[in-house]
Structures are given as C-alpha cells and as structure tokens.
Design a protein around this ligand. Structure first.
Ligand SMILES: Nc1ncnc2c1ncn2[C@@H]1O[C@H](COP(=O)(O)OP(=O)(O)O)[C@@H](O)[C@H]1O
Ligand SMILES: [Mg+2]
Length: 326
C-alpha cells in the first residue's frame, strides 16, 4: 500500500485567494501536491506532483480545450451546441436593436435580456414585459457586452449541475434574494441589511446590489425602494439567482431526477469540457422537464457542500492521488 503523502505548507499569496481558489489549494496541499500561485487574486496557479504540472484558473484547467471554452464563452453559441445535441433551450434570438426585438417580445410577452458574454448575472434583466423595459434592458446588457441575447423567460427553479469527468458530482438550486418586512424598515434598508449578512456569510463573495435592476424588480412588484415593507411580507429583490448578487444555494443532488442527470451529462459531452457547471430552469428538480440556460467553464466548487466537488476536481487533475471511493 502507498504511504499517504504529507500535507504541504501554504504557498506565498495564499491569504489573497478567494474561497473558490482556496479550497482547491487546500485539497492539493493535503494530497502532497505542490502549489505555485501565479496570480492569487485571479486564482491562477500551477499544481505539480512529480513531473506532472497542471495550470488552472480556479476550476478552469488546461484539461479544458480552447474549443470547449469557446462553446461556453458565447451564450448564443452554447445554445447552438445544446440544440445540435437535441437538448432543449429557451426560445431565443440575438438582439438586432430594431423593431425585431419588439416583435420577439410581442411573441413571448415575458423575456430575458442578457449579454452573450458575461457571468455572475451581470447586465441581465429577467422579466422584461414592455417595450420601455426592453429599451432599458438592451442598454443595460450592451453596456456589459455589445452582443445581446433575448430569451423567452422560463418559470421554475434555477438548477446548477456540476459535472466533473463525465460524472454528476453536485446539483444545487439557487434562489434569488428575498427580504422580509418588519413593518418599520424601508425596502432599501432591508436590502442593505440582507446584503451585509450575505457578505459576512460568504466571505465577501455575495452581496445584494441596490441598483437600477433592484429598483425595477421592486417596482414591478408594486413597491418603491424607500417604502416600508409590511411585517412578514416577503419580497424578491432580484430575479437572477446568481450567488454574486445575493442568491442562496441549496444542495439537491440526492433529489435530482435521473433524466436531468442524463441531460447534464449529454450537455457536458456536447460542450466537450471535463469540468462544467450547467444552468437549467426546471419546474421541479424531481421531475424530468428542463430548459438549458448556459454552460460555465469555470464553475465555483465552493458552494456544494456536502458534495465532493473539489476532491473530484483534483482527482481529475492528478488521478494517482484519488482516494478509493466508498
Ligand atoms: N431564459 C431564462 N428564463 C428565466 N430565467 C433566466 C433565463 N436566462 C437567465 N435566467 C436567470 O438569470 C440567471 C443568469 O443567467 P445566465 O445565463 O446563467 O448568466 P450568467 O452567466 O450571468 O450566470 C440564471 O441563473 C437565471 O436565474
Ligand atoms: Mg449562470
């Protein structure tokens, strides 16, 4: 039997890592894999064991090909890759910034406007229902990226499935941030309090911005930011469930319907990347229906406790250090 390797000391720059990088470094060090931090703030590192060296940017490693990366990089292109593989995507089109965008809205009534490149929910407006909102949403999205995608808004739970090495390792439902009225505080104050709590709970990686999008979401629910929310009333202050803008995450790996598991594996195979976070909207995680939303080439591995996302990632990079499975 092989001797367990001794855990190594943290490398210079360790204290500047975010939680997504830190868990990867911790897992590597305790397997005796050396870590050199090239850019701790960006999570860029080189892991080495014997003569094997692996460069990674958080969970994006050199095992992901440039072709697979490109398939994830442009949401319009990702949709084509999924559709070609026979997988379901939301009805959608690239915005033309003319009357065709309004025609798309008129067809679907309730749409999502998002930059084709972007992450963490940046520049996305969910629930656009009028031409006026469409104009604002197009301007918001194109400030992040000049190319913009329009999609039919799907109703349901926001599911993230993490696939590593052709295996579903974790599935989580993400929920948009919700404030609860106390009969005394304004919605703006409640949102700021929630934001402070999320910042603390996530080591600085999640907060709820009080910006134009928050204002619009609150307004469309019939409230104003400077209004006192009645005691016990729950109000969603964002429509995107991204963690970075205050969403919360709940592990549902054991409840995931086998068809959704198969969809995630087929989507990962179509993209061709060994590590992916697939986003879908599903009526229920326990049912077979889904709409694929996007593929993330650098999924956060830190939000899926108790699932072994980091262990599987390091197994993939250094299979010789994989521990026997129970
Ligand atoms: N077609 C859609 N229908 C409903 N909600 C959507 C749709 N597209 C995006 N969203 C919401 O916006 C969030 C972010 O969209 P996504 O395409 O995953 O962009 P990002 O790369 O910024 O995470 C999703 O997790 C979901 O909550
Ligand atoms: Mg996403």
């Amino acid at each position: 039997m092989k001797q367990p390797r001794a855990s190594l000391d943290p490398p210079p720059g360790y204290e500047r890592l975010n939680r997504y990088s830190r868990i990867i470094v911790d897992e590597a060090l305790c397997r005796g894999i050396a870590v050199e931090l090239l850019d701790p703030t960006a999570g860029e590192m080189v892991l080495s064991l014997g003569d094997r060296r692996m460069s990674t940017l958080e969970s994006l490693s050199e095992l992901t090909s440039a072709v697979a990366f490109r398939r994830c990089d442009h949401k319009g292109y990702t949709r084509e890759v999924f559709a070609r593989a026979g997988l379901r995507v939301a009805e959608g089109t690239i915005a033309t910034f003319d009357q065709r965008d309004e025609a798309f809205l008129a067809t679907w009534h309730d749409i999502v406007v998002k930059p084709v490149r972007g992450e963490q929910g940046r520049g996305i407006t969910v629930g656009v229902v009028s031409p006026q909102e469409l104009a604002v949403a197009l301007a918001t999205a194109s400030a992040t990226c000049p190319e913009v995608l329009l999609e039919r808004r799907c109703e349901g739970e926001d599911l993230r499935v993490v696939v590593i090495g052709a295996e579903v390792v974790a599935a989580s439902v993400r929920r948009a941030p919700v404030v609860v009225g106390d009969g005394a505080s304004t919605i703006a104050t409640l949102t700021e309090e929630l934001s402070a709590a999320r910042l603390l709970a996530t080591d600085g990686s999640s907060h709820v911005p009080v910006d134009d999008i928050t204002e619009a979401v609150v307004r469309s629910a019939g409230y104003r930011l400077d209004e006192v929310l009645p005691e016990g009333t729950q109000l969603a202050v964002r429509r995107t469930a991204n963690l970075h803008t205050g969403g919360t995450i709940h592990d549902v790996t054991d409840e995931l319907h086998p068809d959704l598991r198969a969809v995630a594996l087929a989507a990962a195979a179509a993209v061709g990347a060994p590590v992916l976070g697939l986003d879908m909207i599903v009526p229920s995680v326990a049912g077979p229906d889904y709409t694929l939303i996007e593929a993330n080439e650098r999924p956060g591995l830190a939000n899926h406790e108790p699932q072994p996302t980091v262990a599987r990632f390091v197994d993939l990079l250094f299979p010789e250090t994989a521990r026997p499975r129970p």
